[in-house]
Design a binder for this molecule. Sequence first.
Ligand code: PLP
Length: 380
Amino acid sequence: MRVYLDNAATTPLDKEVFDAMAPFMLEHFGNPSSIHSHGREVRSAIEKARRTVATLINTSPAEIFFTSGGTEADNAAIRCTCRAYGIKHAISTKLEHHAVLHTMELLEKEEGVQVSYLRHDERGNLDLEHLEELLASQPRTLVSVMHANNEIGNLNDIKAIGEICKKYDAVFHSDTVQTMGHYKHDVQTLGANFIVGSAHKFHGPKGVGFLYCDANIKIQPLIQGGAQERNMRGGTENVYGIIGLAKSLEIAYRDMDDHAKYIQSLKDRMIYKLREQMEDISFNGMSEFGDKSLYTVLNVNLPASEINEMLLFSLDINKISASGGSACSSGANAGSHVLRALNVDPSRGSVRFSFSKYNTEAEIDYVAETLAKLYKKELA
Ligand code: PLP
């Protein structure tokens, strides 16, 4: 048995999705910009995919732009908003994915944008009073706060943040990469001007995503080129990727209630099994709390031990694929900026398990048992 518990990094492609994509690799190969029938049939499939995505998040197709993934969508929202509105102040958090964090750093360095970071506690709960304080004292601001954290799973109160942003006329971007396809988004009530999706996080293909851009926000393209995506993103479309994205989001919404319940039960089982078999463990961020974290992510804080240095390798040797979460900043693995921001003790170990609909209870039991054995030195 080899167990894959790294679904926050990427998810396996759904066979149903592959079947929807395959004809666009072989038969329907036209360039969607071509005016002949080969092109037109592909154009019409792309527009159908756009309508599917738009309907699922309750908006109009005119507000959906396909991109190369979550990173590009985040970049476009942040950089193009600052450029279009001459914004010189942005607010974000130190817990964002590098797609946002590094973009903020670039804006600071190259565009003279001052970036403020929201205060948070040691579990990563954001201080929304600080957000109000910052917004009250600044001219028009861009706020970028992720919906859910990819490492510790914390869910942020996007609606509350959206309301505060509205009160101060701030433009609000939320990196929703980890919640798209796992929670039902309705942009009419969410209060964000931008949200994003990345297909490979919900059993779709890699290298394709989308940006929802509120029609009231007028930005110019990040990528210059042809007139694709209604002049918002140059470059021939990733046709089969787009078809796969729409199909995978459709399936995710169709089966969401059942899968969410099932995956949450796997996560609960993992917490129970780990507590049963190991001493001195806890959970980083809010990941142990059902309503405050992604049901797909559990970040385990492990005892100080020489095992920690090689933990991911040891798990791999024992046929478990999981992800790091070391707070240690030395060595080839530069460690987790999120755990460092939470002041997690670097002498302790951290591992992120992230679950999908394809995992089983037997896999959870095997992983919990293996981890316990590793710390009891019963396994290499
Ligand atoms: N934002 C978050 C929160 C993520 O977890 C990821 C991927 O790990 C990204 C952005 C980047 O998405 P992509 O891999 O589609 O570029």
